[in-house]
Design a protein around this ligand. Structure first.
Ligand SMILES: NC(=O)c1ccc[n+]([C@@H]2O[C@H](COP(=O)([O-])OP(=O)(O)OC[C@H]3O[C@@H](n4cnc5c(N)ncnc54)[C@H](OP(=O)(O)O)[C@@H]3O)[C@@H](O)[C@H]2O)c1
Length: 160
């Protein structure tokens, strides 16, 4: 499921743990590629001041803190990158630890905010048989995102 400090899925995680189900987190970095290009008003997780301050404290990056947060909560965490520097950096997730106080602070960032719009994703896959990375860089991305946001705002769709 989508899971990151802005959508920490606490209730679902507790349920899964009670049933011995391992939760897998995607968009753990806030699915940056999509949102930075699509809508400037969407909060960028990796720019969050609390996350950045914690990264500075541990002399790591906000991405690493966001990934480490999920590991310490017992999730399997996915991170996508096409950038060698980022891929190498993300492997450092096993090299440091957040304190229980840090974890509480990160829990406090939750705002039930979703980056992934399932409606939009479904539309993309059904209507456009193109490479997703090409699509992210096309003007269509902005249009589809705006349309999906309107559907949500007008109540035609209630969840994504
Ligand atoms: N099953 C589903 O419904 C579903 C839904 C969404 C996503 N997913 C899957 O979950 C995986 C990850 O999700 P996602 O792509 O949405 O989002 P994500 O992993 O949260 O974010 C990927 C973005 O973060 C950047 N990034 C990676 N490491 C970084 C670092 N250390 N510092 C700064 N930026 C960094 C990447 O850019 P660079 O390439 O430049 O590093 C990329 O733009 C993907 O494989 C995706 O297919 C599945």
């Amino acid at each position: 499921v989508e899971c990151h400090p802005y959508l920490n899925q606490r209730k679902l995680l507790d349920f899964c743990k009670s049933k011995d189900i391992v939760l897998v987190a995607y968009s753990a970095l806030g699915g940056q590629l999509i949102n930075k290009r699509a809508d400037q008003s969407i909060p960028v997780l990796l720019d969050d001041p609390v996350l950045c301050a914690m990264a500075e404290k541990h002399q790591r990056t906000p991405a690493l803190v966001a990934l480490r947060y999920q590991l310490q909560r017992g999730l399997v965490v996915l991170a996508q990158s096409f950038n060698e520097k980022h891929i190498r950096e993300n492997l450092q997730v096993f090299e440091f630890q957040l304190s229980s106080e840090d974890m509480k602070v990160l829990d406090g960032l939750n705002r039930n905010f979703r980056y992934v719009n399932i409606l939009m994703t479904t539309l993309i896959y059904f209507l456009m048989n193109i490479d997703m990375d090409d699509f992210y860089q096309s003007p269509c991305m902005w249009t589809v995102t705006q349309w999906a946001s309107q559907m949500l705002a007008t109540g035609h769709v209630t969840s994504v």
